[in-house]
Write a protein that binds this ligand. Structure first.
Ligand code: G3H
Ligand code: 13P
Ligand code: ZN
Length: 323
């Protein structure tokens, strides 16, 4: 089947109490690892491309890689989404260039300006059969070249969501309930430590999610910054010459709980980066004489695939939902 929008997948996910995985893609091995996992467990998929990914790999290469995945996975609905579109021009370029979904992220702007920019993108996108994700509230962490300190982050204000959605016409809404971008989601002072000395992050604000979904019945909610930062990959990195002390993510049980509520799309990027980097570091440590990129990218791709399978089945609950 050709690339699809997220409209139908979100409706089914909302009604079925699961979420669609949105994974960032930057090169061929990442596209292959994710899509092979989805094909094996029969899961719908969102492949997303950031401004940084377009700058790194080039728009055309990324679109063609995703089109190749669509050919290889004919039974799986796949949407191609712009992640954190910074302005109208970037969204327009992706809408004109084959994407089926875009995010306009004007969440750092004042409320009225966020509405104005989002509405302009929605009008253009809808005229071209493309859906739009918008954002209200500010996540902490790093996305592209924007770094938001924990103290500058702010939860979404539920009392603003109805006006925002009705005035902009957006198709889904990313909200801030305590998730954060990157592999260092929380400072040590924001966490407690368990008996093994491992950092335990503060719980997500499910009260905010509940209030938002009460005000927007049936409307798809999106969570960004939802990597769980698997400690096995942090250890693999640290055991093989890396230095990532106190990297901490969102506990997977909390993401599963959100997926069963109004959250229909969960963004995961950092976990895939950790899996790839850990695997490659370990490979070079064990094989210092090797220099063929295929030899170290092959196990990295295999570990991405296994990780994505785990997420699709145990965190998102979207396995078997492709048809
Ligand atoms: O939220 C941001 C995503 O993880 C994409 O990261 O801007 O480094 O491609 P990037
Ligand atoms: P993570 O950094 O938690 O993987 O978040 C990714 C994301 O939100 C992409 O938009
Ligand atoms: Zn994000």
């Amino acid at each position: 089947m050709p690339l699809v929008t997220t409209k139908e997948m979100f409706k089914k996910a909302y009604d079925g109490g699961y979420a669609i995985g949105a994974f960032n893609v930057n090169n061929m091995e990442i596209v292959q690892g994710i899509t092979e996992a989805a094909r094996e467990v029969n899961a719908p998929l969102i492949l997303q491309v950031s401004k940084g990914a377009r700058a790194y790999a080039n728009h055309t290469y990324l679109v063609k890689l995703v089109e190749a995945a669509v050919i290889e996975c004919p039974n799986i609905p796949i949407a191609l989404h712009l992640d954190h579109g910074p302005d109208f021009e970037t969204c327009k370029s992706c809408i004109d260039g084959g994407f089926t979904s875009v995010m306009i992220d004007a969440s750092s702007k004042p409320f009225a300006e966020n509405i104005e920019i989002t509405k302009k993108v929605v009008e253009y996108a809808h005229d071209h059969g493309v859906v739009v994700e918008a954002e209200l509230g500010t996540l902490a962490g790093i996305e592209d070249d924007v770094k938001v300190a924990a103290h500058a982050a702010s939860y979404t204000r539920p009392e603003e969501v109805e006006e925002f959605v009705s005035k902009t016409g957006c198709d889904s809404l990313a909200i801030a309930i305590g998730t954060s971008h990157g592999a260092y989601k929380f400072t040590a002072d924001q966490c407690t430590r368990n008996e093994k000395g491992v950092l335990v992050p503060p719980p997500l604000r499910f009260d905010v999610l509940e209030e938002v979904s009460k005000r927007l019945p049936g409307f798809p909610i999106v969570l960004h910054g939802s990597s769980s930062v698997p400690q096995e990959f942090v250890k693999m990195i640290n055991d093989n010459g890396g230095k990532m002390p106190d990297a901490v993510g969102i506990p997977e049980e909390q993401l599963r709980k959100a997926a069963a509520m109004a959250v229909c799309k969960i963004n995961i990027d950092s976990d895939l980066r950790l899996a790839m980097t850990g695997t490659i570091r370990q490979f070079f440590n064990e094989h210092p004489d090797k220099f063929d990129p295929r030899e170290y990218l092959k196990p990295a791709r295999a570990n991405i695939k296994e990780l994505v399978k785990h997420k699709l089945i145990n965190v998102l609950g979207c396995d078997g939902k492709a048809l």
